[in-house]
Design a protein around this ligand. Sequence first.
Ligand SMILES: [Zn+2]
Length: 497
Amino acid sequence: MTTLVDYPDVVARYEPTLGLEVHVELSTNTKMFCGCPTEFGAEPNTQVCPTCLGLPGSLPVVNRTAVESAIRIGLALNCSIAPWGRFARKNYFYPDMPKNFQTSQYDEPICVDGYMDVVLDDGAVVRVEIERAHMEEDTGKSLHVGGATGRIHGADYSLLDYNRAGVPLIEIVTRMIPDTGGRAPEVARAYVTQLRDLIKSLGVSDVRMDQGSMRCDVNLSLSPVGSGVLGTRSETKNVNSLRSVERAVRYEMSRQAGVLDGGGSVVQETRHFEEQSGTTRAGRIKETSEDYRYFPEPDLVPIAPSAEWVEELRATLPEKPWERRSRIQVSWGISDEELRDLVNAGALDLIEATVAAGAPAGEARSWWVAYLAQQANTQGVELDRLAITPAQVARVIELVAAGELNNKLARQVVDGVLAGEGEPDEVVEKRGLAVVSDDGPLIAAVDEALAAQPDVAEKIRSGKVQAAGAIVGAVMKATRGQADAKRVRELIIERCS
Ligand SMILES: [Zn+2]
């Protein structure tokens, strides 16, 4: 029976100590120690070879790009890069790990002693210290068939897919984050969010928590306020959304407080987060590192990045995502809330690229968050999956600014581009969408409309200029919306004076 203590009551009497371990799958073309492809979602067991299947006589070779990515992540996290370090074998049996050991790094990780300043919603900053970031390989996947839950209990049989076995992983481990003033769940979520954005900006992983390319383990313990004694921690595994990170921390705080209040002691164990209920359930009793009989990997040479190489990689680091956002916010003159909406809509990069292609920020924003967002919504795809590029949007904006398209025609041009009809100029050409700006045909249309509504024409002639609206409407209709309405109005006044 689990007793939960209300969150405000927990933080009044206990101090949480939080630690986060995040696994990031690198988006290299090939695996960590062999040349197998890493593409997500391929037919099971089609991306395997003797090395990642652990067959006798196979030998691993380190993926240089994976090492580069690890170093760049470490540098972005303000870590020191170890000038020399070995891989290690972490020995254990698991059906989805055919080698019987995981090649990892143990006491010689490639990145150590970094930090990230995490900004909370109200602007408060918490420095999260990074103990280490090390390289390792992923395991395969088990699929338990026949049970109701997809878990092994109650399953009729299990299937194994080794496509993921050997995919490069970086594990980023924080130091214990002490007293967060009752904000541990929020700190955890903000840290993982910021880490995800940082790694995404480096282009080394797609950091999709829903696809498992970024996974978070939450370590949490409680100690009575002021006791100064570190409590026993639980480790909640594979929490796979940002929201779940926050919920898992909150739930563990309430659960552990219930255990401690009842005079019990927290068991050091792994726990699994249940997405549906927002609770955790006990897994296995946590092994200690001695249990894994780590030893240096004899089949791989040590990794010894030269200072020059590290500096070359440091020079490739992009602007930090949060610094970039502040800069954009200032230059576009938008509020915190507007910025957050753009980020949440996945529009920031697209708008920035549209601006870089020559469009004014205001119009670029308005296209992406209004018409294009609607189209993405209708198609049921993310904004960046629409079949239009920022450069094409910028060209449409340019055509409108030049008076060659009005807004209505511009939307039709965008529709054409989305439908695969080519570049904006080609769509204008093929669909005959250009604004009629040549006065010749417009004058003819104006004269025709005036002749058709002589009473209105008379009113305009007698000075009731506001009556021109009806004629403008008639001309727009006659030209199928392709006339420049402003020019039409001018011509009407001219023809009636
Ligand atoms: Zn392989």
